[in-house]
Design a protein around this ligand. Structure first.
Ligand code: UD1
Ligand code: CA
Length: 482
């Protein structure tokens, strides 16, 4: 009888030297998720009894991310014996002694594999009753990968690392993807037989394959149909390549769901984002985090949305928004900077060169030009004149500005919070509003204008301005004489 129990081991303990990074390699993100997160998300579809992640390098940082985002994964610590063989050995030791199923080994730095490919690998392994099945791939350029060496009958004989390969072996283009299924019992036996006699002085998991063959156990390799999916990330060039492949996949997925993406090559969509049919994304647009965009919305060009909700038929042009909620039919930008906690009601507007933060702007209300609105509540059908500034910070704490419904403010107002403006109130141009304005009142705070007649002629004689003033007063005089 085939044994259908499955354990998954994700290798994430390596240093990632070639990344030259303070951040552990497996935490580098593509499509808004760490590399190891992609592996664990895929793994979660396979119905495994145990999912273990082996950590060591920067283990606390890796564990922090894992326990927050993948709390079901069991953390296993690798000791100071190096190599993928050692990593799997500590993982096997951490499984219950009575676990007798199959062990699927995944690499934390091979992020593009899909659940279907892995399930097919497990199925093939079980159908062949193999002790080990390697996922391999045929690459035009196999540089950097371990090579799958087959014997004269075409059966997998062993895997040789690039650094240990002869010229003939290095010429082999079938590579080891770093993904395998093993019978747990075979792993338990043969991992103890590894040694560190190789170019890197490590216990290589790959050596288990040759040892199994030497003991006449069945070893197979499944060649991946999609070679790009086996891509491993060891340096930043490969990180960007993997990010590009994943983005292409995500873009095509949404195109097939009815999203118009004008320029796929400059449109970046994170894995967690959700787009409704008939959304249009214009060039140079980044839909990041858990952003959700409803039908008919038009985003871009040159726009970034991180963790935003965008309502139906919204239009957001050349703008940057984080943790904001946009109602149906809003218009935003060009050149708006919308910071966390902004909620714009249906048909509202955040216009050109406007910054908002932690503010509710009611349905149909407009902040059209050159404004800063922070810690503010704005009612419905309000229009703020150009250059509205909420002075929300008194150097110690932040205060709120409250603006009622149907308020219209003059240009270039400062609202010195805490302050309230009642429903239907109006303010004059240039007002500095320091006191509450009752509903329906007109607030004026600017001193009445005083004109000093003849000042230019007297103080700027001989300038173009003075001459223009003289001409104007002559013309006015002759008009008066007629
Ligand atoms: C490994 C394989 C190679 C394969 C390639 C596929 C070995 C010896 N080589 O090489 O045949 O073609 O992956 O991408 O297995 N890790 C640990 N503990 C360690 C060392 C590594 O957990 O002591 C983890 C790393 O974090 C990484 C994975 O194992 O996620 C692979 O390690 P890496 O050093 O990148 O191996 P490669 O040289 O790529
Ligand atoms: Ca690797």
């Amino acid at each position: 009888m085939t044994e259908n129990r499955l354990a998954i081991v994700v290798l994430a303990a390596g240093q990632g030297t070639r990344m030259k990074s303070r951040l552990p390699k497996v935490l580098h993100p593509i499509a808004g998720r760490p590399l190891v997160g992609h592996v664990l998300t895929t793994a979660s579809h396979l119905g495994a009894e145990h999912v273990e992640v082996v950590v060591r390098h920067e283990r606390d940082r890796v564990v922090e991310v894992l326990s927050e985002q993948y709390p079901d994964a069991v953390i296993v610590d690798q000791d100071d014996i190096p190599g993928t063989g050692r990593a799997v050995q500590v993982a096997i030791d951490a499984l219950p002694d009575d676990f007798t199923g199959d062990v699927l080994v995944l690499s934390g730095d091979v992020p593009l594999l899909e659940a279907g490919t892995l399930q097919a690998l497990v199925d093939a392994h079980r159908a062949a009753a193999a002790s080990a099945t390697v996922l391999s791939a045929l690459l035009d350029d196999p540089t950097g990968y371990g090579r799958v060496i087959r014997d004269d009958s075409g059966t997998v004989a062993r895997i040789v690392e690039q650094k240990d390969a002869t010229a003939d072996e290095a010429a082999v283009t079938e590579i080891n993807s770093g993904v395998y299924v093993f019978r747990a019992a075979s792993l338990r036996t043969f991992l103890t037989k590894l040694d560190q006699n190789n170019a890197q002085g490590e216990l290589y998991l790959t050596d288990v394959i040759g040892l199994l063959r030497g003991a006449q156990e069945t070893v197979a390799a499944e060649i991946a149909a999609d070679t790009a999916a086996t891509f491993g990330v060891n340096d930043r060039v490969q990180l960007a390549e993997a990010g590009r492949v994943l983005n292409d996949r995500i873009v095509r997925r949404w195109q097939r769901e009815g999203v118009t993406i004008v320029d796929p090559s400059t449109t970046w969509i994170d894995d967690d984002a959700k787009l409704a049919p008939d959304v249009t994304l214009l060039p140079n647009t980044y839909i990041a985090g858990a952003t959700v965009v409803e039908s008919g919305a038009m985003i871009g060009p040159d726009t970034s949305l991180l963790d935003c909700e965008v309502g139906e038929d919204a239009v957001i042009r050349r703008s940057d928004a984080t943790l904001a909620v946009f109602g149906a039919g809003v218009t935003v930008g060009p050149f708006a900077y919308v910071r966390p906690g902004t909620v714009l009601g249906a048909k509202g507007k955040i216009g050109t060169f406007v910054e908002t933060k932690n503010s509710q702007i009611g349905a149909g209300s407009k902040v059209p030009h050159l404004s800063y609105i922070g810690d503010t509540t704005i009612g419905e059908r309000v229009n703020l004149g150009a250059g509205a500034i909420t002075a929300n910070y008194d150097d110690i704490v932040k205060h709120r500005t409250e603006i009622g419904d149907e308020v219209h403010t003059g240009s270039h107002n400062v609202f010195v919070a805490p302050v309230r403006i009642g429903d239907g109130a109006k303010t004059g141009a240039g007002a500095v509003v320091r006191k509450d304005v009752p509903a329906g009142a007109l607030a004026l705070s600017v001193a009445p204008q005083r004109n000093v007649e003849g000042w230019v002629e007297k103080n700027r004689a001989g300038t173009g301005a003075a001459e223009a003033a003289v001409r104007a007063s002559k013309a006015a005089n002759s008009e008066a004489a007629e």
